[in-house]
Design a binder for this molecule. Structure first.
Ligand SMILES: Cc1cc2nc3c(=O)[nH]c(=O)nc-3n(C[C@H](O)[C@H](O)[C@H](O)COP(=O)(O)O)c2cc1C
Length: 214
C-alpha cells in the first residue's frame, strides 16, 4: 500500500482542512536531521498563541535538542517501546502543566484548576503539532517515559506536572530502525465511530446527521 494511502487521509478525514487531514504520528525519524532554531521558535509560538482559560497560559515546554543537556536527561528514562524512535527525532518538547498553586502566589491569585490547565496544555500542544505538520514536519506525542525522574532531573517545581513529550522531525529510512518501530510506523490508523463519540438528545444517544431541517 502506498504510504499516503496507508496513513492519511483516512475515511471521514478527507474533508478536513490541512494540516489536520494528513497529520499522523510516524515512528521513523531521520536521525541526521537538525531543526533550525527559527523553526523551533515558530513551534513554540504556535503553543504560545493557543487560547486558554483567563489567558493564563498554564503550560511550559522544555526544549530537548539532540546532543543537548535536557535531551540527555530524557533519553535514559524513555519506556522500552519509545526508546528506539524518540531519540531519532530532531527535537523533543516536553509539555508541563500547572497542577497546584504556586507557593509564592499573590494572596488574591485565583486557585489553580488542574483539570482546566491540563485541557489548555493539551490544546496548546495540539496547535504546536499541527504547526509542525504545516511546516512539513511530523510530530509524535508520547507518554511512555518516567516523568517523575525526568522532571526531577530538570529541576521542575512540584506544582508543575510533566504530562507528555512531543517528538518532532522529518521522516527517516525505515531500514535504519528496528522491525518493531517499522511495524509501529506501518500500523493502520483507526478510530471509534462518530456514534460512539458524538451524542444528540441524551448521553449515549448517537447524534444523527441531517435529522434537523436545514
Ligand atoms: C497524550 C498522548 C500520549 C501518547 N503516548 C504514546 C507513547 O508513549 N508511545 C507511542 O508510540 N505513541 C504515543 N502516542 C501516539 C498515539 O498512539 C497516536 O496518536 C494514536 O495511536 C493515533 O495515531 P495518529 O496520531 O497517527 O492519528 C500518544 C499520543 C498522545 C496524544
Amino acid at each position: 500500500m502506498a504510504e499516503e494511502t496507508l496513513h492519511a487521509p483516512m475515511p471521514g478525514a478527507a474533508r478536513l482542512a490541512e494540516p489536520l487531514r494528513s497529520r499522523w504520528s510516524p515512528s521513523v525519524f531521520d536521525a541526521a536531521h537538525r531543526l533550525p532554531a527559527d523553526d523551533i521558535t515558530t513551534l513554540l509560538h504556535a503553543a504560545q498563541w493557543a487560547p486558554s482559560q483567563g489567558n493564563l497560559q498554564p503550560w511550559r515546554y522544555v526544549v530537548c535538542e539532540r546532543g543537548g543537556v535536557a535531551h540527555a536527561v530524557l533519553v535514559p528514562h524513555l519506556s522500552r517501546g519509545n526508546s528506539g524512535w524518540v531519540p531519532r527525532a530532531s527535537l523533543v518538547l516536553l509539555a508541563l502543566t500547572q497542577v497546584a498553586d504556586d507557593p509564592h502566589r499573590a494572596p488574591d491569585a485565583k486557585p489553580v484548576d488542574p483539570a482546566v490547565n491540563l485541557y489548555c496544555t493539551g490544546q496548546a500542544t495540539a496547535h504546536l503539532t499541527l504547526q509542525a505538520h504545516a511546516m512539513g514536519l511530523y510530530a509524535h506525542q508520547f507518554q511512555g517515559f518516567d516523568k517523575e525522574a525526568v522532571a526531577d532531573g530538570l529541576g521542575c517545581p512540584a506544582h508543575w506536572q510533566l504530562v507528555a513529550g512531543i517528538a518532532v522531525g522529518v521522516r527517516g529510512d525505515p531500514a535504519e530502525v528496528s522491525e518493531r518501530d517499522q511495524e509501529r510506523d506501518r500500523r493502520v490508523r483507526s478510530r471509534k465511530d462518530l456514534a460512539e463519540i458524538a451524542y444528540g438528545d441524551a448521553w449515549g444517544a448517537p447524534w444523527s446527521p441531517g435529522r434537523m431541517a436545514p
